[in-house]
Ligand binder design. Structure first.
Ligand SMILES: NC(=O)C1=CN([C@@H]2O[C@H](COP(=O)(O)OP(=O)(O)OC[C@H]3O[C@@H](n4cnc5c(N)ncnc54)[C@H](OP(=O)(O)O)[C@@H]3O)[C@@H](O)[C@H]2O)C=CC1
Ligand SMILES: CC(=O)N[C@@H](CCC(=O)OP(=O)(O)O)C(=O)O
Length: 341
């Protein structure tokens, strides 16, 4: 297929050596309408100058680019040459970098949590830093691709959702939108593979320490992110497990009194025709079916007023990199699944 100039983009990837960054680099390299200008790490990174394929040999056939330190010279090059910058960096780094590229007129697709919450006041409590970019926070569009396509298509700054919120919201939004949920708190338990914690070694992701364990009780930063999108209180408990990638979310919600199976069927019909959503009544999604895939698998079950919705994604793909590509596809007017299937 031939793409017009308006349907192609030159892009730069910052944070390309991380787990999310390398998946995104692979997807950009395979994408017919995206031209990769460069892959960047921090200015004084010990990986600057290495080939991305030396760090991630599984993609050696696709990704031969060197990692470059993000000096002011490189930033100027990006500002002068790129249409879109992907930030696969830590939240605080993204909040610092995004305004520079936005002010230069570039589009920014941020895969961190730096621009996901609506209120600057929530950043100290949930992210541990003061957010000083209120004007960009106000303009950021939440990049849940199946739900906000028009807004994403027109956005200069897209905040790609967190991995757990993607899993939970994709399962819950159909019933919320259809007005089928009671006002009671929704309970979300989710289990993530260890790549969710990033590539840097720490005690948390050390092999000998890994087990299956809850963390972040009551206070994880994805609690306000999910609640904000749902406009309802949630009790979210993440769990870290000893497998590399994937998330399974189990969501418990109370239905209104008069909700029928037909109402539920109709609500989840919103995903009919969505190429990257596989949604079935009574399905029990499994992580093995979504790893290395851009899909979200959803199953829903009800007994009386109780709904249990299940959702599985690859945290590095639908939970990050492939969702970022969906956002760019929307911005270019391409099919949502372009370059992904
Ligand atoms: N892992 C996951 O499942 C998901 C992660 N996210 C979010 O995506 C982002 C990346 O996550 P992940 O890939 O796991 O993290 P990693 O720690 O694996 O990667 C971080 C990347 O950022 C680079 N980096 C660090 N500081 C700077 C800087 N100042 N300037 C430029 N580059 C820098 C690192 O390289 P170096 O240190 O060598 O400079 C590395 O390439 C985070 O915000 C994370 O919260 C979102 C959804 C899912
Ligand atoms: C297993 C694990 O540690 N997961 C990460 C979430 C990764 C992610 O998607 O979230 P952000 O983009 O908000 O960082 C965590 O709980 O902090």
């Amino acid at each position: 297929m031939q793409y017009t100039a308006a349907q192609s983009q030159s892009v730069a990837i910052i944070g390309a050596s991380g787990y999310v960054g390398v998946e995104l680099t692979r997807l950009v390299q395979q994408h017919p309408a995206l031209n990769l200008l460069g892959c960047y790490v921090s200015e004084h990174s010990s990986d600057a100058g290495s080939l991305l394929s030396d760090l991630h040999p599984q993609y050696a056939h696709l990704v031969k680019l060197p990692l470059q330190g993000l000096s002011s010279h490189e930033k100027d090059f990006i500002k002068g040459s790129a249409d879109t910058v992907f930030l696969c960096t830590d939240h605080g780094v993204s909040v610092e970098l995004a305004p520079e590229f936005l002010a230069a007129g570039l589009k920014v697709i941020d895969l961190s949590g730096g621009f996901r919450l609506n209120r600057v006041e929530d950043y100290p409590a949930f992210y541990g830093f003061e957010h000083e970019q209120n004007q960009w926070l106000e303009q950021a569009i939440y990049g849940l691709a199946e739900w906000y396509p028009q807004e994403i298509a027109a956005a200069q700054l897209v905040a790609v959702p967190g991995c757990y919120p993607t899993a939970a919201l994709m399962a819950l939004l159909p019933v919320k939108q259809a007005g089928l949920l009671s006002d009671n708190k929704i309970i979300i338990n989710a289990v993530s593979g260890v790549t969710g914690a990033g590539r840097k070694a720490s005690l948390t992701n050390h092999g000998a320490e890994l087990s299956l364990q809850a963390y972040g009780l009551f206070e994880h930063r994805h609690t306000p992110e999910i609640a904000q999108q749902l406009q309802q209180d949630v009790l979210f408990t993440p769990h870290l497990a000893q497998f590399p990638r994937g998330i399974l979310a189990t969501v418990y919600a109370e239905l209104n009194d008069d909700v029928s199976d037909t109402d539920l069927d109709k609500a989840y019909q919103c995903y009919a025709g969505q190429p990257l959503v596989r949604c079935e009544r009574q399905a029990r999604p499994a992580i093995k079916n979504v790893v290395q895939q851009p899909f979200v698998d959803i199953g829903w079950h009800r007994q009386g007023n109780q709904l249990i919705a299940l959702s599985a994604i690859d945290n590095l793909l639908k939970g990050a990199a492939s969702q970022a590509i969906q956002c760019v596809n929307l911005q270019l007017g391409l099919a949502l699944e372009e370059g992904l299937l």
